[in-house]
Design a binder for this molecule. Sequence first.
Ligand code: SF4
Length: 288
Amino acid sequence: MEIIIDKGSGFCFGVRRAISMAEKEASRTGELFCLGDIVHNTEEVKRLSKRGIEFITRDKYFTLSDCKVLIRAHGEPPETYEYAQNNNIQLIDATCPVVLKLQEKVKNAQQINPQAQIVIFGRKKHPEIIGLYGQVKDAVIIESVDDISKVNYSKPIFLFAQTTKDTVQYAEIQNEMLEQVLKAGGDINDFIVYDSICVQVANRVPHLAKFSQTVDTLLFVGGKSSSNSKMLFDVCKDYNQKSFFITSINDLDKLDLSKAKKIGICGATSTPSWLIGEIGNHLKATFS
Ligand code: SF4
């Protein structure tokens, strides 16, 4: 059996940067709070917990004072910063620069035209969306093309997407919304679309589409709560029917891989490379 590890998988730049900031601080002081899971991957969160990083909920954050808290790559709404200022919390801000820029763009759009509607394609409860939503008054969040009826097409529109969304779905939403703008007799110039999907995510789609076709069986390693994992796994499944989603070595027991000749292992922007490597080594040891 041949085992191929995808070299293009593993953390994106934003997650790598946030984890390195967290580890540096925790190794210096031995303790650090992190607001929310630093990455949507349970195995990585477990690893970092052992290094003195305590992952806290938003509810817990708003009870703290006089401490240090790390803001993860997904970013936070302004209320998080205000609370820190009023409660002597030192923030270590690891918001990804790409997300920070997007927050600025969303804020600026509303300043440019306060009458316009800000529409964001993303998952309502996703931390990045909570951070973006907090930048403006009354943004409309759409989770799929089915939600576009929530938009008021008689007003100018600024459309954005969560950085980890699928480019194909975003394009479909743009086309459907444009149709509605024209139906409502709107001006095409009042429908402004921002290309806000991160290149680190967008580039993985064609890469994984290609990689999944080079093997007979594909193991996609990801976190159950990661949107990016779900989206990229769906891409793999489209190109290789024998694609399986696993979260750790423990899931391998549920699969019959005895007939596989060439297994590919890959993951999302939130999947640690060490976990992909560990699974690869385990398979090599089992089947060689
Ligand atoms: S996917 Fe892109 S925007 Fe999101 S954290 Fe990673 S590098 Fe930043």
